[in-house]
Design a protein around this ligand. Sequence first.
Ligand SMILES: Cc1cc2nc3c(=O)[nH]c(=O)nc-3n(C[C@H](O)[C@H](O)[C@H](O)COP(=O)(O)OP(=O)(O)OC[C@H]3O[C@@H](n4cnc5c(N)ncnc54)[C@H](O)[C@@H]3O)c2cc1C
Length: 305
Amino acid sequence: MIDIAIVGGGPAAYTAAIFAGRAGLNAVVYESELMAAKIVSISQIENYPGFPNGISGEELSDNLHKQAEKFGVDTVYNEVKKVGLDGIYKKILIDSGETIKAKTVILAIGEMAQKLNCSGENKFLGKGVSYCAICDGTFFKGRDVAVIGGGDAALASALYLCHLVKKLYLVHRRNSLRATKILQDKLKQCEMTELVLNHEVKEIQGKKFVNGILLQNKETKTVKRIDVDGVFVYIGSKPNTEIVHELVKVDEQGYIITNEKMETSCPGIYAAGDVRKKDLRQLVTAAADGAIASFQARQYIEMHY
Ligand SMILES: Cc1cc2nc3c(=O)[nH]c(=O)nc-3n(C[C@H](O)[C@H](O)[C@H](O)COP(=O)(O)OP(=O)(O)OC[C@H]3O[C@@H](n4cnc5c(N)ncnc54)[C@H](O)[C@@H]3O)c2cc1C
């Protein structure tokens, strides 16, 4: 029996772990080995308070792990398959087949990038297909790439890439971009960028590596090919909420609904970080959510057990 089962491996989870450990609670972090924490892939973080010269995602992640360990919180590297209830207790089924009983659960399971689901996307993953411009952009220095999407994430990535690449196509299935005006204005200043509106990606082509994409015009249905070495997909994200299906209330996109105490619709189960319905998904807000969830879980334990 543990006090808090913390599911996740990012800043929300580890901040919750630090607060729980420091408060003397018996908490364990369950982190999937398969889904590497997002922050590890961030080369330089410039907006996390306290680091005027920035910090790499890897170093920040390492520090968070060490700090949680210092307060006695262990990490079990195993994917959580399901979270359920056993009376007032919570039960967590992990990939090894073991079921863990806990007084409270903090869900800090983040979100995953959505896929195009077109031919070639999986085949060329890591061979030209990427979901992270900051992580992989440097491999495409001086080459031609396409960014797929029309929202803020797509444009922010395009802006990052356009300083590295020779030519950048921004492909969007609608006839106007959704991104904020400031990003659109900035992108207009990048001469090597060409907008390809009203087109959908039908296929990602290549031999060993990507060498082009097939695009279909949504109105005329005509198909054209553009030669690119890299494809960066930014068409949205999906929260990792399958493990709590029908246990907690989610919004229409699947993000967990909480109040400002990070309480979900299920008493004793909290959500923190990107998996939560919220406006700003960043490291600092994830960490803040984790701290609040941990504090509230402690109060819940004192009241109910
Ligand atoms: C390319 C990129 C650059 C970014 N740059 C910045 C930046 O500069 N500054 C900034 O503030 N933010 C940045 N962000 C956003 C920031 O990374 C996120 O807001 C933050 O990581 C969210 O933290 P989290 O703990 O909620 O989720 P995550 O960091 O996504 O962690 C979720 C964790 O849950 C684990 N998990 C999921 N399901 C399960 C399961 N069933 N069982 C066990 N474990 C599970 C995953 O393995 C993962 O470790 C960036 C994001 C991206 C993609």
